[in-house]
Write a protein that binds this ligand. Structure first.
Ligand code: MN
Length: 489
């Protein structure tokens, strides 16, 4: 694992310009100087200056072609959480959008993986609900990738928790949002911390087959290029793509660890200009090599639930070697790798061009779209429905556990949600470190602590005027009802 990452602001600016020549360099520099001053004197566990982490995060975002606001928020992402800087100051200096992105990332920082299965789903949902702007999740992924790269500096127990959290929450969300490349990076960086022995086993096992396949494909790639040229298909690129380690590992487990059953250890990718060329290229491949039965997949006509588009085919190639081909357009390619993030790439690049405005798919629409197209993962997707989001909030205990409540829920509802006794003896509340009235309406991301008074006889019937959960309502009723002479319950 690499530990040192000496990214400079020059690297960030260079990467930004490479993807987006029209980027606002002065603004990015301003965000850098602001963050640098705020983190002055802070060190990371690796011993590096804290700013190294913010720069690495921003550089990753620049690499992904993200817009100025996202890169600025990447530079500033830890200022509110870890320094005296307030959201108000960020709003004043950099505008409301950057401030909202920074605030969103700070909220997600509180999301912790607790290793309890039933929480995982609610954490995922919370992430999506709290990140009203998908760019928050993209920044969080960039932040995570750098944290994983420097994970060696932390104690083993923490390493494992952070790696689990990255796979169970962030990689899973990246996958849902069609960000295949980002998911792959998160998973591969986490893999050695979660399953160290399996990781070593796998890397050893594939070392030789991988090199052999690479050498073999070199000739095939040259041949494919020649075939495309002869048939007047202008390709953007023909290259081999090694399967991400963790997804290879999962696939191997489904095949009794038999590597010979994995045909896409390295797949051959053909990137062309338009959809028609995709089908022509597929026809040409089949003209030269016989396809395996049942292995031709048209994800262009029928895209995967997360938006993935490509043609796949597996053929008996030269010398009887089995090779998987993946054929797609350049646009599909970028969208397959970056999913939701790709929309900002296209948007950022088109911004300065007059006329043709690229319609940005709204965040919720994207989720709805994923939802509609999904058949297999019904359960997860049901839980992603917009109305569930709209009507639920997610708040934290001081220990970082997540409590899910309906909108409008108060501190009393929260207390009852944790435990009936806590509700009955609830005497006060602290919300985000401030003492608040127990009828305070909570919002997503609040950290709530309840004070209880054991001497208290029971709940106050007046609470019925403001509680919204059935649990609280029925318990308060039960406890405050006058005893009756009849014995009915
Ligand atoms: Mn960070």
């Amino acid at each position: 694992m690499t530990v040192t990452t000496n990214t400079t602001i020059q690297d960030v600016l260079r990467k930004t310009r490479a993807k987006r020549p029209m980027a606002d360099i002065a603004l990015l520099k301003k965000a850098y100087e602001f963050a640098e001053a705020a983190h002055e004197g802070q060190k990371r566990k690796t011993g590096e200056n804290y700013m190294c982490h913010c720069l690495a995060t921003a550089a990753q975002l620049a690499d992904w072609g993200m817009d100025d606001e996202t890169i600025m928020a990447g530079l500033l992402h830890d200022t509110v959480e870890d320094t005296d800087v307030t959201i108000e100051t960020i709003t004043k200096e950099f505008g409301p959008t950057v401030a909202q992105l920074v605030e969103g990332v700070s909220k997600l920082t509180k999301v912790k993986y607790r290793g309890i299965d039933r929480y995982v789903e609610s954490l995922r949902r919370m992430c999506l609900a709290m990140a009203k702007d998908a760019r928050v999740i993209i920044i969080k992924c960039a932040d995570r990738i750098h944290n994983l790269r420097t994970l060696d500096a932390l104690p083993p127990e923490k390493q494992k928790r952070i790696a689990m959290e990255s796979i169970e929450i962030y990689a899973a969300i990246a996958n849902r949002l069609g960000m295949g490349e980002i998911r792959g990076q998160l998973e591969d960086l986490s893999f050695p911390y979660i399953l160290p022995e399996e990781y070593v086993w796998l890397t050893k096992k594939i070392e030789k087959p991988y090199e052999a396949k690479k050498a073999y494909l070199k000739n095939i790639i040259a041949k494919v290029k020649r075939i495309l040229k002869e048939n007047d298909i202008k390709y953007v690129s023909v290259h081999g793509r090694g399967k991400h380690l963790y997804s290879l590992y999962k696939k191997l487990l489904q095949h009794n660890r038999d590597l010979s059953k994995i045909y896409d250890l390295i797949a051959l990718r053909i990137i062309v200009k338009d959809v028609a060329d995709c089908y022509t290229a597929l026809g040409l491949v089949h003209e030269y090599w016989t396809p395996l039965k049942g292995r031709i997949k048209d994800y262009i006509a029928q895209q995967k639930p997360n938006g993935y588009q490509s043609l796949h085919t597996t053929v008996f190639c030269d010398q009887g070697e089995i090779v998987e081909f993946q054929i797609r357009t350049q646009k599909m390619h970028i969208e397959n790798e970056f999913g939701v993030a790709a929309h900002w790439q296209f948007k950022a690049n088109n911004k300065k061009k007059r006329g043709k405005k690229k319609e940005l798919m709204p965040w919720m629409k994207q989720i709805e779209k994923i939802q509609k197209e999904a058949v297999n993962e019904k359960q997860f997707l049901e839980s992603m429905k917009g109305d569930v989001f709209k009507n639920r909030i997610f708040v934290f205990t001081p220990q970082g556990d997540v409590i899910e409540l309906p909108e409008g829920a108060t501190a009393v509802d929260f207390a009852y949600q944790i435990h009936t006794d806590l509700g009955n003896h609830c005497s006060g509340a602290k919300v985000n470190d401030k003492i608040q009235n127990i009828k305070t309406v909570l919002k997503s991301g609040d950290v709530v602590e309840i004070f209880s008074d054991k001497k208290r006889k029971g709940p106050n019937p007046d609470w019925l005027d403001f509680v919204v959960t059935n649990t609280a309502r029925s318990q308060i009723k039960k406890m405050t009802q006058k005893p009756t002479l009849t014995a009915d319950q």
